[in-house]
Design a protein around this ligand. Structure first.
Ligand code: ATP
Length: 297
């Protein structure tokens, strides 16, 4: 199957700083990908390169079969984008903004736009600067959607929203995904939002992709393992697919992806291992351990 988004060895340097460092991303049609990463991980820089708003230092990018560095305007015509901070003219009314944006898109769907304005209860005559932050984010979402894009890219859209506005926004995106077959790339710090929307999780840190897997598979196959050792012989060698390994006294704590009963049996046979306890992990803990594991490796 062709990718909607594919990057190969993608790098973006700002001086000596590698904002994106060898990123290989493959997103297939219909996927809802949650891009997770701490501050400065390179999420926005990646999104900017996907939209042709920043050019790669090295590597390649393909979005809907196009190179955004060469065909940025065509990519942006076919992608719905909700930026981290929306830049809508505050003096315009909701109605004016919709009419203004409509003029840029031959594919604009008036019925869809009206439906969404009604559904989100946006007051058409109100000035943008008088909208609450949650309302403003919903307006951004309508602007991104009404031209019926094949791909939706949301860059931390819930940042700055209160929990109620955030819930409403996440619900709105969830409804959209149920109603229309869309591919969506959604970056966030908020694990709860990502968990509700995404079917695939991508984790980035320091410009690198640490994991990209279906959400259920990631959650089901990543385990925290507590191993009690019977002799203080230092940290045993970590098994394959260990994300994080920490030793405190005789307690060896491991986080492993790709967990299986065979791995448990193998671990139980390691010299000096007394007992092994395996527990499930929440997405938030998995994310945290990927980041800690990389930083302490
Ligand atoms: P956040 O979650 O805080 O928004 P992020 O994951 O989106 O972070 P980026 O904004 O892509 O991360 O930034 C990645 C790195 O690149 C950071 O160290 C940032 O300081 C740096 N950076 C981003 N844009 C620029 C720029 N225009 N000039 C110089 N450095 C930049």
């Amino acid at each position: 199957m062709d990718a909607i988004i594919r990057t190969t060895s993608l790098c973006k340097a700002y001086g000596a700083q590698m904002a994106v460092d060898g990123l290989d991303l493959f997103i297939k049609p219909g996927a809802a990908v949650g891009l997770l990463g701490p501050n400065g991980a390179g999420k926005s820089t990646t999104i900017n390169m996907l939209l042709g708003l920043a050019s790669p230092t090295t590597g390649t990018v393909s979005v809907l079969g196009m190179d955004p560095a060469l065909e940025g305007a065509s990519v942006r015509q076919r992608v719905g984008y909700v930026p981290e901070r929306h830049h809508i003219y505050g003096w315009m009314t909701v109605e004016d903004v919709l009419g203004f944006t409509r003029s840029f898109y031959p594919t604009w769907n008036d019925t869809l736009c009206e439906d969404l304005v009604r559904q989100y209860a946006l007051p058409p005559g109100k000035k943008v600067k008088q909208l609450s932050q949650g309302m403003g984010t919903k307006l951004s979402l309508i602007l991104a959607l009404a031209h019926e894009p094949e791909l939706l890219i949301l860059d931390e859209p819930t940042t700055g929203l209160d929990p109620i506005a955030r819930d409403e926004f996440v619900e709105a995106v969830g409804h959209l995904l149920d109603r229309y077959e869309k591919t969506i790339l959604f970056s966030s710090h908020n694990l709860g939002d990502v968990e509700r929307i995404a079917d695939t999780i991508a984790i980035m840190d320091e410009g690198k992709l640490l994991a990209q897997r279906p959400k259920t598979e990631l959650i089901q196959s990543t385990k925290r393992i507590r191993v009690s050792l019977n002799k203080p012989n230092g940290k045993p060698e970590s098994p394959d697919e260990t994300i994080l390994s920490e030793l405190e006294g005789l307690e060896w704590s491991l986080t492993m992806s790709g967990w299986s009963p065979e791995k448990l049996a193998r671990l139980q046979q390691v010299e000096d291992v007394d007992s092994v306890q395996v527990s499930d992990m929440a997405l938030e803990d998995i994310f945290r351990d990927y980041i800690r594991g990389r930083r302490t490796a």
